[in-house]
Write a protein that binds this ligand. Structure first.
Ligand code: HEC
Ligand code: HEC
Length: 456
């Protein structure tokens, strides 16, 4: 018999049997469902408790700049994905993730711009940034290709730079997506010492290896990537932690990169333009700098420092004690989440060290992430490597704030928590056994777990 056929057939049969058994075992219970985003007012977006008066002033100045839509004379473009940080980071409030209405659709033609909206950017879909997996010659690319250009805008006369053909790359399977990660509590994440991340990873090695989750010794995968390990920053060898692949070390670095890559605004970390077409430069370089002539602190610092202060001083999302489903269900769900093994990657709490900001010093960080990379198998693979993170590896996504999120997983492929959980399971994923445990839970226990996730 053809073995290529035999394997999928067996899997299909195994799947059918499993579903069948589950249905019989729980015929009395309704199927567990994602209760959907919590309808309470935004439980995120305020500054950390305990900031000093001057720290609060830097938070506020940063928030203003984070929310400002930029123009070409301020350096926007020539190529970019949007014109403000908040446009992508806005659900459920400034600093969050993708909103219900994707602002990229309207932006494509703002002020006369002539951009085509690629098929995968939809008004009711998530904000997306696009990376190409390979260059035309077949070598690895992995970089962000800006969706839009300033060509045609009334503030960009004479600029004719063209968009890449995104739909063609997409139909070839060469375009992958990333959605915005929320930055609530990001200052706490920034201040977790490497030793805390390593000690936490080591404390559960036995449970992890029993479930096929990488601990030490590490599993070496194709492309020489090492899963279940920390992603070290190429510049100083310490643990990088921001972004879907834990590719960036700090909020300042992410701000500099986002200002340059998402908005096309060069700055003191990224001094020269990504697109240097001479007809498309309308501001001096770098576009945003420290104002050495200003007299007060918040006016002196450059935009990327302001963004960093805003994000660093944002409080973590506030979980709900009783919504959805009531306190008892949420409590049971928290237990089930640990029991099936989700906490082995989504570590409930880490701790900051001796930060020089009092509000960030020696604080619990209830992020639900180990900040490590894991091999997530073929279904989630994006084919892109960043630092030590290989084509199938991702940082355990922090789950705090999940209750008010609209889109899930790195590419925003679903709005349904059940689909997000099932997508963890595929060929080679470290989460296979844990997802199996979840799928075997009685429906009412699954429901408690989902209620718990939406309480975060
Ligand atoms: C076009 C949409 C878009 C815009 C505009 C945008 N971002 Fe993002 N942001 C993203 C995406 C997508 C990611 C995830 C990127 C990744 O991991 O590769 C992200 C991730 C981040 C993160 C990482 C958070 C974490 O914990 O992983 C930070 C910090 C951030 N953005 C800051 C900013 C700042 C500051 C600005 C404005 C200068 C900005 N972003 C503008 C889309 C955007
Ligand atoms: C082997 C480690 C691992 C295990 C075990 C694991 N996860 Fe994850 N989880 C991840 C990674 C990595 C991601 C990001 C994947 C991506 O976006 O492609 C993720 C993403 C998620 C997301 C989407 C978050 C977002 O920001 O979009 C949810 C929800 C989630 N996990 C819930 C669970 C639940 C519930 C369990 C237990 C049944 C679980 N996970 C078990 C590693 C794990």
């Amino acid at each position: 018999m053809n073995t290529k056929l035999a394997v999928p057939l067996l899997l299909v049969l195994a799947g059918l049997t499993l579903t069948h058994e589950v249905e019989i075992a729980n015929s009395a219970d309704p199927l567990a469902r994602d209760p959907g985003p919590r309808a309470t007012p935004p439980d995120a977006g305020s500054p950390l408790a305990g900031l000093t008066r001057t720290e609060t002033a830097f938070f506020t100045a940063g928030k203003d700049d984070f929310e400002e839509a930029e123009t070409v004379s301020e350096g926007l473009g020539p190529t970019m994905n949007l014109d403000s940080c908040v446009g992508c980071h806005s659900q459920p409030s400034s600093g969050g993730s993708s909103p219900a209405v994707n602002p990229q659709v309207a932006f494509a033609n703002k002020m006369g711009a002539r951009n085509r909206v690629p098929s995968f950017i939809r008004r009711d879909g998530p904000v997306r940034e696009v990376r190409f997996v390979r260059n035309p010659d077949g070598t690895a690319d992995g970089g962000v290709h800006s969706l839009f250009t300033i060509a045609g805008r009334s503030d960009a006369g004479g600029c004719g730079v063209a968009q890449p053909d995104f739909d063609r790359e997409f139909s070839r399977g060469n375009a992958i997506f990333r959605i915005p990660t929320p930055v609530f509590g990001a200052g706490l994440i920034e201040q977790i010492p490497d030793a805390v991340i390593r000690a936490s990873a080591l404390s559960t090695v036995a449970q992890k290896s029993a479930l096929g989750i990488a601990g030490r010794p590490n599993v070496i995968l194709p492309f020489n990537t090492i899963s279940g390990q920390t992603n070290n920053n190429g510049n100083d060898g310490t643990i990088a932690r921001f972004g879907w692949k834990a590719q960036n070390k700090s909020l300042l670095l992410f701000s500099g990169e986002a200002y340059n890559v998402e908005m096309g605004i060069t700055n003191e970390l990224f001094q020269t333009e990504r697109e240097e077409n001479r007809n498309c430069q309308f501001a001096a370089h770098p576009n945003s700098i420290t104002d050495t002539t200003a007299s007060n602190g918040t006016a002196v610092i450059s935009a990327i420092e302001k963004f960093s202060f805003f994000m660093r001083f944002l409080a973590p999302p506030k979980p709900s004690a009783d919504q959805p489903g009531g306190a008892a269900s949420i409590g049971r769900g928290r237990g089930n989440f640990a029991e099936v093994g989700c906490t082995l990657c989504h570590t409930p709490s880490l701790r900051t060290g001796n930060s020089n900001i009092a509000a960030l010093r020696d604080q619990p960080v209830n992020l639900f992430s180990d900040l490590l990379l894991h091999d997530m198998g073929t279904t989630l693979a994006d084919g892109v490597s960043q630092g030590q993170a290989g084509p199938r590896e991702f940082r355990s996504a922090p789950l705090w704030g999940l209750g008010q999120r609209l889109f899930f997983l790195h590419d925003g492929r679903t709005s349904d928590l059940v689909v997000a959980i099932r997508s963890h399971a595929s060929d080679g994923s470290e989460a296979n056994r844990v997802v199996g445990n979840f799928m075997r839970l009685p429906e009412r226990d699954k429901q408690d777990l989902l209620n718990f996730l939406r309480s975060l």
